[in-house]
Write a protein that binds this ligand. Structure first.
Ligand SMILES: [Zn+2]
Length: 302
């Protein structure tokens, strides 16, 4: 292996995240963190919902807030994830309604939101999680990665540093093109399409349809399981193995876990195997590791 190849290999990151964390899913998260400890993973990103389905603000559970602070102090990252994680009625054409209802099981809170409403929910979410729980927050993830243009504009205006999407992490603030340890414009998805190995000095790369991908969008394929039906559980175990193999050259690869995954031993085993398999040649990382070194959080404790 050449020196250049070695440098690229050690830059490769595996971002492991736990979605839908709130006081009611703490037990599953603790189980997940124990799994990570067993695998030697010390850094994960925990996606916290400030008021899960309209419940009391999570910072009012003082034990939960203290537990979160402890995890942040250990090196885990807290990411804001929705506000209620429940959408009002989805409107629009048949495709939009189907996306809202079936794909997200009615939880696409930021799928059709306008900027003003998004700003209200984001500010309140930050007040609860960053200030209330006392943990630093750098970014936001929309439920099922469905984010409206208005929602994105609100994130930029409020100073959020990143948002995550299906297959990508988007850095939102100016000057963040030079992320920490991730080659700007590295586009492994483009590599898959074009057959050209990604190179750290390429500023832009081509997407599947030949258009240019801005350097601020870091390709980050996601391994995620679907548990809603038995056939989905069987298929997703195979799909995760296949997708991870197809995306093995990506500089950033992600594993996204949900509380319900821990209701099925076969899925839990698949999660463990996928993390172990994809840690080979990669360092466990958080989303904030994609930002320039020293990027401050939006608020709360540091
Ligand atoms: Zn979620």
């Amino acid at each position: 292996m050449s020196l250049h190849a070695q440098a690229v290999a050690t830059d490769r990151k595996l971002i492991v995240s736990f979605h839908d964390l709130h006081p009611g899913s703490r037990a599953q998260c603790e189980r997940f963190l124990a799994m990570l400890r067993g695998l030697g993973v010390a850094r994960a990103t925990l996606l916290v919902v400030p008021r899960w389905h309209g419940a009391s603000p999570c910072n009012e559970d003082l034990e939960f807030a203290a537990w979160l602070r402890g995890l942040a102090a250990e090196g885990h990252e807290i990411c804001l994830h929705a506000y209620l994680h429940r959408a009002d009625a989805v409107t629009g054409n048949a495709v939009q309604r189907a996306m809202g209802r079936h794909y997200t099981a009615g939880e696409g809170e930021f799928y059709q939101i306008d900027q003003a409403e998004a700003a209200i929910r984001l500010r309140e979410g930050l007040r609860i999680v960053a200030e209330g729980c006392g943990v630093p927050v750098w970014g936001f993830t929309a439920p099922a990665w469905l984010l409206s243009e208005g929602g994105r504009a609100a994130l930029v205006a409020l100073g959020f540093h990143y948002t995550t999407r299906w297959g990508q992490v988007e850095l939102l603030q100016p000057g963040q093109e030079l992320g920490n340890g991730v080659p700007s414009g590295d586009c492994s998805q483009a590599s898959m399409a074009s057959g050209v190995e990604s190179s750290p000095d390429r500023v832009q790369a081509r997407s599947y349809d030949g258009t240019q991908i801005p350097a601020r969008r870091i390709p980050a394929p996601t391994l995620v399981w679907s548990t809603r039906a038995a056939w989905r559980r069987v298929c997703s175990r195979g799909w995760v193995r296949l997708w991870g193999a197809l995306k093995r050259r990506s500089t950033v690869l992600r594993v996204a876990v949900h509380p319900v995954d821990f209701a099925y031993p076969s899925i839990e085993a698949s999660v463990r195997a996928a993390i172990a398999r994809n840690l080979r040649g990669r360092a466990a990382a958080c989303y904030r590791d994609l930002l320039p070194a020293g990027t401050p959080p939006l608020g709360g404790a540091t």
